[in-house]
Design a protein around this ligand. Structure first.
Ligand code: AGP
Length: 594
């Protein structure tokens, strides 16, 4: 997830140091490229940027030596377009009069870029932040002032973003907000703005929260808020931020895991907008549809997304897809790969060694591949023929949450491409409702589970992968043993574990309620504790002791929605046990070993 920070002061000073420091404080959001622009009193713009981490880029380009009275630093998290100097931000306009940077996604970037090239703009890279600058320049060159040029550009830029821009001749910064975070800080002889609080708090605690559809103008001793729609001035007083830095980084949540769970509705929407505008999608889908066979390969949570992906391929596209662990792919299918085979490799980090081993194996045999990956620029994005981004930003908490949801959405999108992708657009709202409606119930269920050191999660058909994922989350952060099982298999052995009060959670999609009631009764007649995660259904309600009701999403989207309370149950149980869910013992976020 990119980060931006801009500052305007009443005198030239060693601004480079302040920008590097602000950049470091945005680094927790994740990034692969860095850039700084400073503007001196005379209007000279100094721009230095490259792919790499902030200290490495600083060592190469001397960012901390830059001087000026206005400046912008940007940390870029690549979605489309490789991490490279030309795509690093900030960006200049054609004649070098303006400089700007954004965070977020401009989903019509491809179309805008084509239009700017046709209009004769000097477009230097593929990055959508550059399109923001050209979009303002286009109207400025037609005679609009900066405020109106930005307001006009806003209507051309589709997507969720925040954007800072300045003109060499004005000692002001301009910033707009549409969907991404933007906070203003009021300091002594300076003002600043940023995507997030951690870069502002060491400078000042006097802040103003900019809202969507607002433009803010910053000068050294003041600011003005305006509505983008009509240009009218908005009056809002600065507030004093009282919390500490750690709270600011977690966005006010007690743990990154909870923050990342709560980010899911927004990120689902952002991913869908990216996919709708992806120029690569038809080619990726054609590759998958023509695959014989199609393998879906990943580890841990990413493997569970592959399992769900296989259901989507079967149910929506009538296509056989084989979900496998990387080692299984090599050992079980390695000798029977054909030229028509295609592998979809799924990974949050793009660096999991087990997955990369399988990628190498497939490449050596000429098998084509697609990566579904969160960290763009990771090894996986270089080793697959194509990749599609999960667009989740940095996932800090060791348990994967938001990346699983976007993996599931991406699989549902690929399977439904040309058939039905429209219904997916209900998801951001459904996920919001799910968080609202299930948080309290999940906390209650967690309390009932907290004393148990073993339990089961059962799913039937399309919810089987969610049972596995719910169980993985629970064992990963609570240290209890929890097994995920296909519900009809329970009677073939595991049922012997059931005794009075023994907890079994049934994740049930609406069409499978009747079948699941049989499996529930196998547990309840032995005095086990049956918990349902399902849409409201009277038949289920009569047969379980605990019911977590998810909103009506239908058979295919139910597994995505039902994941959220399973994540929450694990979260609350871990916290109840005094375990930090973000950093469970023995585990690492990225496993680069065999
Ligand atoms: C999930 O909560 C785990 N932390 C783990 O299973 C993870 O999904 C697995 O290690 C795969 O990682 P990747 O997606 O980065 O390849």
């Amino acid at each position: 997830m990119c980060g931006i920070f801009g500052l305007v002061a009443d005198r030239d000073f060693d601004l480079g140091k302040a920008l590097v420091e602000a950049g470091r404080r945005l680094a927790y959001r994740g990034y692969d490229s860095v850039g700084c622009a400073t503007i001196s009193a005379s209007g000279h713009i100094d721009l230095r940027k490259d792919a790499g981490k902030i200290d490495a880029v600083d060592a190469r380009l001397g960012l901390h030596e830059m001087v000026g009275r206005r400046g912008i630093v940007q940390l870029r998290w690549a979605t489309f377009g490789i991490p490279a100097a030309r795509n690093a931000q900030p960006h200049l306009d054609c004649d070098g009069d303006m400089v700007g940077a954004h965070n977020g996604n401009i989903v019509n970037n491809v179309q805008l870029r084509e239009a700017f090239l046709a209009e004769g703009h000097t477009v230097r890279g593929e990055n959508d932040g550059e399109s923001c600058v050209h979009a303002v320049e286009r109207y400025f060159d037609r005679g609009e002032n900066m405020v109106d040029a930005i307001r006009c550009a806003y209507t051309d830029l589709a997507g969720d973003y925040a954007f800072i821009i300045t003109h060499r001749d004005e000692n002001r910064l301009y910033a707009i907000k549409k969907g991404s975070g933007l906070v203003v800080g009021i300091g002594d002889g300076l003002t600043c703005c940023s995507s997030d609080l951690p870069s502002i708090l060491p400078i000042t605690r006097r802040i103003v929260r900019v809202q969507d559809g607002e433009l803010v103008i910053l000068w050294p001793d003041g600011f003005e808020l305006r509505s983008v729609a009509d240009g009218a001035v908005i009056v809002r007083d600065a507030e004093t931020y009282e919390e500490g830095m750690a709270a600011a980084e977690k966005g006010g949540y007690p743990h990154f895991m909870l923050k990342e769970i709560y980010e899911q509705p927004r990120l689902a929407g952002e991913l869908l907008r990216l996919l709708d505008s992806s120029a690569e999608m038809p080619e990726c889908v054609a590759m998958i549809r023509n695959a014989r066979p199609l393998f879906l390969v990943g580890c841990g949570t990413s493997y569970h997304a592959c399992l769900l992906g296989a259901y989507y391929m079967n149910k929506l596209a009538g296509q056989v897809a084989v979900a496998l662990l990387p080692q299984q792919f090599i050992e079980q299918y390695g000798n029977s790969l054909t030229p028509q085979a295609v592998v979809v490799f799924v990974s949050q980090s793009g660096e999991t060694k087990d997955v990369l081993n399988a990628v190498k194996f497939a490449r050596a045999r000429g098998v084509r591949s697609l990566g579904l990956v969160n960290v763009i620029g990771s090894t996986l994005t270089h080793m697959t023929d194509h990749y599609l981004p999960l667009a989740c930003g940095y996932e800090i908490s060791v348990p994967a949450t938001k990346t699983f949801l976007n993996q599931a959405i991406l699989f549902r999108y690929l399977a439904g491409f040309g058939i039905d992708t429209q219904s997916l657009h209900r998801l951001p709202h459904l996920l919001e409702q799910t968080i609202e409606q299930t948080t309290a119930a999940a906390e209650r269920v967690a309390q009932r589970l907290i004393a148990w050191d073993e339990m089961y999660y059962l799913g039937y058909g399309i919810t089987h992968p969610i049972a596995l994922e719910g169980a993985l989350k629970l064992k990963e952060i609570t240290y209890a043993h929890c097994e995920g099982i296909f519900s009809s298999e329970f009677k073939h052995g595991p049922l012997s574990a059931v005794r009075p009060g023994y907890p079994v959670t049934f994740i049930t999609a609406p069409d499978d309620a009747e079948m699941m009631i049989n499996h529930i009764n196998e547990v309840t007649c032995r005095e086990g504790l049956a918990i349902a995660i399902a849409e409201e259904d009277d038949r289920l309600r009569k047969n379980v002791q605990e019911y977590v009701i998810v909103p009506r999403a239908g058979q295919l989207l139910n597994p995505i929605v039902a994941t959220v309370p399973a994540q929450l149950v694990a979260y609350f149980m871990a916290v109840g046990r005094g375990i930090d869910p973000d950093f469970p013992r023995n585990l690492s976020k990225t496993l680069t070993v065999d």
